[in-house]
Design a protein around this ligand. Structure first.
Ligand code: PMP
Length: 361
């Protein structure tokens, strides 16, 4: 094992045990003398793999039976378009809750397909960003669905409480916090997530969709974006990203073998608490998100000085703490501490931050 810790926002670090397992069976998967990526997706072994992956993911995340799990391509952005194509066909209008870059980008894409009302639900108080509204039950039912992003990856703004949309359909982009903690899936119409942060490698996107929402796509919906077509074809209307799917299946197995989501949730809370507690007691670094909306997955901080931030990132990289540069639209630093990040990674980061502070304050 190297002593490098990778804080990339995505594609992000994978569980080392998963990479090792993939390495071990790379040349000879299921005793076939070939790798998983060289066999038919419709063959016996791959079909067994996807059946087991569906079962494991359901068990891990407690997904009710009346939900289908689709493993698709085109990333989360593909879903920005797929969702209105599949859902916005009754009232012809959708509500998008804006908490930052990704929810705004989803709304922009949706406008290509439907009328969109967009509500900014954040405010700045004393230099801190907070989410100020989560009850939409009075307005939600005029819309085909309400879309939000419970974890804005760039700024690190997270919404823990599930928005109240009455009987309307709630859609969540959980690309950066899927499976970070237990969740009542039954509150959602659709949950989708690009895999490349908490679930596996880039190239595959998971869509958890309530069955009654399948079958209402508009006529011009491309087959690969049509939930009904994909659900009826085991997410294989075309050749699927088999290697990415395989790696996701290994991640699910690894999580199940290591205590499941309870363990993940506790470890995530522990990691975030360590880092935010440190940030709260130093005047050298600042986090600009209100406590109740601080992300457990993406912890942003800054020294307030661009040159010092650049020096921090360069020296951290040299010390084996990789990919801490913040997103270009937000600046500063960002430590993405997804499920696969061990507590030791966060401890190493804090030790480095203390040292850097002592040398530069
Ligand atoms: N939504 C969120 C919350 C994200 O973090 C990202 C990527 N960082 C996306 C959507 C876009 O995902 P993709 O690149 O898979 O299309």
């Amino acid at each position: 094992m190297s002593n490098v810790f990778n804080f990339s926002a995505g594609p992000a670090m994978m569980p080392p045990a998963v990479l090792k397992k993939a390495q071990e069976e790379l040349l000879n998967w299921q005793g076939q003398g070939t790798s998983v990526m060289e066999v038919s997706h419709r063959g016996k072994y791959f079909m067994e793999l996807i059946t087991q992956a569906d079962k494991d993911f359901r068990e891990l995340y407690n997904i009710p039976e009346n939900y289908k799990i689709l493993f698709l391509q085109g990333g989360a952005r593909g879903q920005f378009a797929a969702i209105p194509m599949n859902l916005a066909n009754n009232k012809g209008k959708a509500l998008y809750l804006n908490t930052g870059h990704w929810s705004a980008t989803a709304a922009k894409e949706a406008r290509n397909f439907t009328e969109v009302d967009e509500l900014n639900i954040t405010e700045q108080i004393d230099g801190l960003t907070r989410v100020n509204r989560l009850d939409f039950s009075d307005i939600a039912e005029q819309y085909d669905y309400v879309h939000y992003c419970p974890n804005e990856t760039i700024t690190g703004v997270e919404i823990n409480e599930i928005p109240n949309v009455g009987n309307a359909v709630l859609v969540a982009d959980m690309s950066s916090n899927i499976m970070a903690r237990k969740l009542d899936i039954s509150k959602f119409g659709i949950i989708y997530a690009g895999a490349q942060k908490n679930l596996g490698p880039a190239g595959i996107v998971i869509v958890i969709v309530r069955e009654d929402l399948i079958g209402h796509a508009r006529k011009a919906t491309p087959s690969i974006w049509n939930y009904e077509v994909q659900a009826n074809a085991d997410s294989m209307i075309n050749t699927p990203p088999t290697f990415a799917w395989y790696l996701c299946s290994l991640v699910f197995k690894d999580l199940l073998a290591n205590g499941g989501i309870d363990t993940v949730e506790k470890r995530n809370a522990q990691k975030a608490a360590l880092l935010y507690d440190y940030l709260d007691q130093t005047a050298f670094y600042h986090n600009t998100i209100a406590k109740e909306n601080r992300s457990v997955m993406n912890v942003t901080f800054t020294t307030g000085d661009d040159q010092l931030n650049a020096k921090f990132v360069a020296q951290a990289t040299e010390a084996g703490l990789q990919a801490l540069k913040g997103h270009k639209v937000f600046g500063g630093m960002r430590a993405s501490i997804y499920n696969a990040m061990p507590v030791e990674g966060v401890e190493a980061l804090i030790a480095f931050m203390k040292k850097f502070e002592a040398e530069n304050a």
